[in-house]
Design a binder for this molecule. Sequence first.
Ligand code: NAD
Length: 499
Amino acid sequence: MSNIIGNYVGGSTVKLNGGALQDVFNPSTGEVSGQVQLSTSEDLDEVVEVAKGAVSEWSRTPVGMRAQVMFRFKRLLEENADRIASTISSEHGKTHDDALGEVTRGLEAVDFACGIPHLMKGTFSEQVARSIDMYSIPQALGVVAGITPFNFPAMVPMWMFPNAIACGNTFILKPSERDPSVSLIIADLFKQAGLPDGVFNVIQGDKVVVDAILDHPDIAAVSFVGSTPVAKYIYSRGASSGKRVQALGGAKNHMVIMPDANMDQVVDALMGAGYGSAGERCMAVAVPVPVGKQVADNLMDRMVPLVEELPVGPPDDSKAAMGPIITRQSLERITSLLQSGVDQGAALLVDGRDLTVPGFEKGFFIGGSLFDQVKPEMDIYKEEIFGPVLSTVRADDYEDAINLIHGNPHGNGVAIFTRDGDAARDFASRIEVGMVGINVPIPVPVGYHSFGGWKQSLFGTHHIYGPETIHFYTRLKAITSRWPAGIKSGAQYNFPTMN
Ligand code: NAD
């Protein structure tokens, strides 16, 4: 196997001598497309040394010059969006347009980072006491790291490193071992943009290297995006070694359909948000919640033929609405959850198992599935399926829908479809979820707001990208200065006051 996917350290790709390798698949064909290096804690030590060596110079580089690098990086990303999207599709399986959409949304964080001179201005107060001024300045933390999931191999890393680097930190990215190649394209583009060597580094690997990151004394902060059990672990292990940690976890997103909703809009929204990217999105709608029997019956009648005819195929099939699942193991997990739904008494109105795509018989494909009559105690409701499955829970009334959502441990995204402004306003105010859509099924905030769930969907205080990210990746220094110096003579034994 010649395609070894290595690390990126100090401005070049590094292939390690020896060490374990893990297969990377093309999920459409089921074939191995490369092998990713599984780095060790010793490999990480070397990367940290390089990143540490670059901090002083980069954090002292004038902020306007750091912004210029971001502007050039942004242009290169735009010019290479198609190539990046093709690489995403070949290892992840999502359609080309979906992959392009991911790159575009990731670019929003780069746009935001281009404004770093404004974002790092700090604050100044003149004459806080006689001849004394004071100012607070945000400064970089040092070496910071990001650990990312498979489902957005370009966008989620971009939620982290552009702003971390713009703030003056150096960055170590640990991408998902299931689709690691995009990280190396990004690293190369950053170098072309003029980023000094050692500022952006990539270390490939699995839990071994993640643990080494969490324990490393010279890494000041860790951003994580992935599943809830791992997020919880990352948060507690990282924090216990004194790091700043933000750990975004999994989701189970509900979409409430009120009786007055526009059903054409609802059906389109559910098809896109439930089955787009084969449901492998943390903001995918997983649970339609029709309010009232009539709405539920009507919704199921309309959804069944659409889900049955949902076109599935490889990423370059322009007619395909969704591609394959990331790995065979994930596919098997989804099919066993589908079976558990049947066994536990849910009504499987459309069964996507046993789908074959002609010419791609070994690919990890599954069709869209639709459950009705799901109850909160069933595994298909309790587990994050992370596949093309909608699990409909019928609500008797609006309060019933709210109670259902509040009983769920996740709080990433939620949506309500209604034409009643009063209900929408009440919902947005009361619902205990971090990101809310009103007639919008996937309410991912734009790059100049911040992204983050509540409850088990986020551990830590800071949301990711946007304004919150600047707080996360910097620490404040407050400076109190007296000019001219030495107006008063003699020691002051009282606590200093304005007088
Ligand atoms: P995952 O938790 O399995 O892996 C995420 C990262 O953690 C990977 O880099 C992986 O190598 C590492 N990892 C996995 N197991 C580990 C362990 N035991 N110890 C230490 N590190 C470990 O997640 P995934 O399957 O790659 O991605 C899908 C999950 O990510 C879903 O749960 C999805 O909801 C979630 N997600 C959340 C958001 C969000 O913003 N909240 C965004 C995207 C994805």
